[in-house]
Write a protein that binds this ligand. Structure first.
Ligand code: GLA
Length: 414
């Protein structure tokens, strides 16, 4: 017969093992108080890439955002992506004798501090880009070995947002350690200014950041670079909107206030998709609680593009305070040309629901209340978020005709 002491010990071990099995695996969020809802703003890369970036473009973008309703709608960050730094040449490694990063003097003759001040004077916030490795993806100086120095420089310039890329890393370099190092460098640099910097990880989902980046960054790219196409896969890894949707769908439990899955910046208005497809792209990003970073030429956009980016009913879904990433609750098949229903739970107990038609012909799609977690008998109020019409209360389900590659997006209130 076993002595009661060792039985107690056994029970303790079992209880302990059970405890570790059932505690939630979701990582804690980075505690810098930022990104309580998905960040919104504009980033230079999707439209201007390397060669088109300069201070004139950025100033014009900020001017327009402050005046055209975008700022009021919540677009806040104006972000310089790759190529704000001076090029690496035979005689320069892009840093001065003390190792300080040198901004490109031709593209940014007034300097980065002046640009940051200008953006702040417009009531907007300023973001910048770096890379974990030796060089950025476009070949400018990376941050490796300069993390604390660069973070201090960014803080001194008044940077509010840092995106850190994952090109030209050293063999075996750990993503988690590298990004944690920059997180700590940012925290140290901003301790004296009292001004936190939003941290955006951009390692393209290569190391499953959703599993470890919650305490490290405010958002992490979960997917490869977006391409301005409805459905495409580039040999080097770029993906279209359709492919990204399938990649982001299973990750919904990892997102929440302060820490978001990032399916990459918007392509709305860049010309590779139809207006219908851009409306779908924007609607889906909102349902996914994705950061909404416009990636087009804001100063010269069409009325259609503007009306998509400024749809406040859709933006409200993205910015819902509950911070839940929506997901697919129904699909008619398992192919990329099927009809689907996606749902996002909202703070008021309602749902944002998208009927998505990935097929090549118009289709009738039905959202059943039971797929949304509601009883069939519930009488619900519906609002169409693109026509802005309130629909008659209805029970059980909602059916609509959806154009090819289009959505019908409604907000349901029980
Ligand atoms: C990578 C990133 C892009 C962009 C470019 C810049 O491809 O994923 O978002 O920042 O680098 O070179």
């Amino acid at each position: 017969m076993q002595r009661s002491g060792s039985r107690n010990l056994q029970q303790w071990f079992l209880a302990l093992a059970f405890f570790f099995l059932i505690i939630p695996t979701t990582a804690h969020a980075l505690d810098n108080g930022l990104a309580r809802t998905p960040p919104m703003g504009w980033n230079s890369w999707n439209k201007f890439a390397c060669n088109g970036l300069n201070e004139k473009v950025v100033r014009e973008t900020a001017d327009t955002m402050a005046a055209n309703g975008m700022k009021d709608a919540g677009y806040q960050y104006v972000i310089l992506d790759d190529c704000w730094q001076s090029p690496i040449t035979a005689t320069s490694n892009g840093r001065d004798a003390e190792g300080n990063i040198i901004p490109d003097p031709e593209r940014f003759p007034s300097g980065i501090k002046a640009l940051a001040d200008y953006i702040h004077s417009k009531g907007l916030k300023f973001g910048i880009y770096t890379d974990v490795g030796t060089k950025t993806c476009a070949g400018r100086s990376g941050s490796i070995g300069h993390e604390y120095q660069d973070a201090r420089q960014y803080a001194a310039w008044g940077v509010d947002y840092l995106k850190e890329d994952w090109c030209n890393t050293l063999p075996g370099q750990s993503a988690e350690s590298s990004y944690t190092l920059m997180r700590d460098a940012l925290a140290a640099a901003t301790a004296s200014t009292g001004h936190p910097i939003l941290f955006s990880l951009c390692e393209w989902g290569s190391n499953k950041p959703w599993l470890w980046a919650g305490p490290v960054g405010n958002m992490w790219r979960a997917t490869p670079d977006i391409q301005d196409c409805w459905s495409c896969k580039r040999p080097w890894g770029g993906n279209g909107v359709s492919e990204i949707l399938d990649q982001l769908d299973p990750l919904y439990s990892y997102a929440g206030p302060g820490h978001w899955n990032d399916p990459d910046m918007l392509e709305v208005g860049n010309g590779g998709m139809t207006t219908e497809e851009y409306r779908t792209h924007f609607s889906m990003w909102a349902l996914l609680a994705a950061p909404l970073l416009a990636g087009n030429d804001i100063a010269n956009m069409s009325a259609d593009t503007r009306s998509i980016l400024l749809n406040k009913d859709v933006i409200a879904i993205d910015q819902d305070s509950k911070g839940i990433q929506g997901h697919r609750v129904y699909r008619s098949g398992d192919k990329s040309d099927d009809q689907e229903v996606w749902s996002k739970q909202l703070a008021d107990g309602g749902r944002a629901v998208i009927l998505l038609n990935r097929g090549s012909a118009p289709a009738s799609i039905t959202a059943h209340w039971t797929d949304l977690g509601y009883p069939e008998t519930l009488q619900a109020h519906l609002r169409n978020l693109w026509t802005h019409e309130d629909l008659a209360p209805t029970a059980g389900s909602y059916t609509a005709q959806v154009p090819s590659h289009g959505v019908v997006m409604v907000r349901i209130k029980p």
